[in-house]
Design a protein around this ligand. Structure first.
Ligand code: SAH
Length: 357
């Protein structure tokens, strides 16, 4: 049974949401209505820093202004459709967007780390064969405000409204296919008067879109890049990642090298281990050869079962042997721990369940 602790089925709001506006656009919005522009900063602080979810809570605003604002805007434009909490304090939110579409985001808490895992698209167009998010294709890109709002909603779940310490852009969607909106959201996430999260603590995970990886490298930001490799050669990768034939491992690795040269930040390679498919010791050796000489770190992710998909988890022996073979070749490797498994924390799974797909 899923431990459902809250479900709100409020009518989805038609009014524009505060975070749909940039700081500048919100200042103009106030000015156009004959109100001081500084109100924009005040209202944004309530939502971004103080966790307000209604204008009523913004007690230093005149009552009449609070009423006017409530008639014209909503502080948050998403609705919590489901809220699940696992025993390990992992929270998962299924958020309903203004057009009734659903997205997922997850809060993972470990010691003093509070990591948000966020989505960038409704669904995903990449179609990786083992992934729940891609099963129904991509419906649309999220707006910057919708990406930011996931962070605000997850931060609002943190005890004492403590700051999120990390962001992983590993929810639904391909982040680099919606890079502009993502960057917009991350600007606010990293701003001192935004969510105050260090850029070095933000990981963007991509299926490997070389042109976009290069663009990200050229921004001069300290974001961390993770590349979903999943196979050590093009033949196998093309069977697992349908976009592979267009790009190919060589050009993805070149773009990753470029990212390292430009930013000085080591690239992480993600490798979902699918039992009997890409988990042989030979695959590990081939992967080590591919990455040798690169400033690379490998994150091995044992497959999380997805209902309706035929893949299975690697055996513990295969997992251990895979890891050992990489280590033996001098490759830095870590196995991703499983968090929140009883609430289907792996991306895309809860949404599919609710949509009945
Ligand atoms: N589109 C981006 C973000 C995807 S989610 C990308 O491809 O990187 C982040 C990671 O979770 C990716 O490496 C993805 O391959 C992996 N993933 C997706 N479904 C999974 C599953 N069922 N089990 C384990 N890992 C999965």
């Amino acid at each position: 049974m899923l431990p459902i602790i809250r479900k709100t089925a409020d009518a989805v709001q038609e009014l524009p949401a505060l975070l749909d506006f940039s700081a500048q656009a919100l200042r103009e919005w106030f000015q156009q209505r004959g109100k001081p522009a500084m109100r924009a900063r005040q209202v944004r602080r309530w939502v971004l820093e103080a966790g307000a979810e209604s204008f009523e809570q913004m007690t230093d605003l005149p009552r009449s202004l609070r009423r006017d604002l409530a008639a014209a805007l909503v502080p948050l434009g998403t609705r919590i459709e489901r809220h699940l909490q696992a025993a390990d304090r992992t929270h998962k939110l299924l958020l309903k967007l203004r057009d009734n579409r659903l997205i997922e985001c997850v809060l993972i808490q470990e010691d003093n780390r509070r990591s948000a895992c966020i989505s960038t698209q409704v669904g995903c167009g990449m179609g990786c064969v083992f992934c729940a998010s891609g099963l129904g294709g991509v419906e649309r890109n999220l707006a910057g405000g919708e990406i930011l709002e996931q962070l605000v909603r997850l931060r609002n779940l943190c005890p004492d409204l403590q700051r999120l310490t990390h962001i992983v852009v590993m929810g639904m969607g391909e982040p680099l296919a919606n890079l502009d909106a993502l960057l917009e959201a991350l600007e606010v996430a990293t701003a001192a008067d935004g969510l105050g999260i260090g850029a070095r603590h933000i990981t963007i995970s991509t299926v490997g879109l070389p042109a976009k990886m290069r663009r990200l490298a050229d921004l001069g930001k300290q974001y961390h890049l993770a590349v979903s490799l999943h196979a050590p050669n093009d033949e196998l990768r093309s069977q697992i990642v349908p976009t592979n034939p267009q790009n190919g491992l060589a050009s993805i690795l070149e773009a990753a090298d470029y990212f390292f040269e430009q930013t000085g930040r080591q690239v992480t390679y993600e490798y979902v281990l699918l039992g009997g498919i890409n988990d042989l010791a030979g695959h590990a050796r081939e992967l080590a050869l591919l990455l040798r000489g690169r400033h690379a770190h490998v994150n091995v992710i044992p497959f999380n079962e997805v209902e309706g998909l035929p893949h299975r988890r690697p055996t513990p022996e295969a997992l251990a042997a895979f890891q050992a073979a990489l280590r033996q070749q001098g490759i830095s490797v870590k196995v991703r721990k499983r968090k929140g498994s009883e609430i289907d924390a792996a991306c895309g799974q809860l949404r599919r369940q609710v949509l009945g797909q």
